[in-house]
Design a protein. Structure first.
Length: 235
């Protein structure tokens, strides 16, 4: 359980919270995961507890039916938008944290509403995702994804947020240190920085960037030397 607006947790709550390094590693793998069925299955095998089993099952069923646009991939796109800072009103983040319900009609706002129209019945027996929803489906289709629990604390004057799955724990922990959510300066990978100065996702990208800088420098310096020699020979 976490205090809303505060990254502080009691010692007892810390013991109940999954290891941050482990859930950050899983979150980083998820946000960089490919869209193929094989990518989904590989992630599920590596992190079977990160999402509910029904979530994995539904997504795999759609993937097996040739629907790469399953809920696993939809959720990943929402996380990427938050990661890039494309969620100024916090709508996507609220959905990821399980504190905002969305429906077929979706919340106001562009492509997100359109995407919600495609996907909100994933945990419902009302419709199948690959079928066009009826008016009845739309009226009954409101859901909160992995609903979290928020309770007011009168004595402390705070709201307490309690995630229900490891994915929410990871997103909430990253939200409290959002500076860690970055894009690698050398490749398109999403990364969780260990330190404020980290701008590369791996030692390989660090080495590649260093070699590129060195090559650019020596090309520039070499051109300057060659130009200087030509001028000297003319004299």
């Amino acid at each position: 359980m976490n205090d809303i607006g505060s990254g502080q947790k009691s010692r007892s709550n810390q013991r109940a919270t999954p290891d941050r390094g482990a859930i950050f590693a899983a979150l980083e793998l998820f946000v960089n995961c490919g869209d193929k069925l094989s990518d989904l299955r590989r992630f599920r095998q590596q992190h079977p507890q990160f999402f509910p089993q029904e979530f994995y099952k539904q997504s795999e069923q759609l993937g097996s039916a040739g629907k790469n646009d399953n809920f696993f991939n939809w959720l990943k796109r929402q996380l990427r938008s938050v990661w890039r800072g494309w969620d100024s009103e916090g709508t996507r983040l609220a959905v990821l944290l399980g504190i905002k319900a969305v429906s077929y009609a979706g919340p106001p706002g562009g492509d997100f509403a359109a995407e919600v129209t495609e996907h909100m019945a994933i945990f419902s027996d009302l419709v199948r995702l690959w079928e066009t929803p009826t008016e009845k489906d739309i009226s009954l289709g409101a859901n909160t994804l992995f609903p979290a629990r928020i309770t007011p604390d009168w004595q402390e004057g705070k709201f307490r947020y309690e995630p229900t799955i490891d994915f929410q724990n990871a997103v909430y922990a990253l939200m409290n240190e959002s500076w860690r959510a970055r894009l690698c300066a050398n490749c398109p990978k999403y990364m969780i920085a260990a330190k404020p100065g980290n701008i590369y996702c791996s030692t390989k990208c660090t080495g590649d960037a260093r070699r590129k800088r060195d090559l650019d420098y020596w090309r520039s310096a070499g051109n300057a030397r060659r130009l200087k020699k030509r001028k000297a020979s003319k004299k």
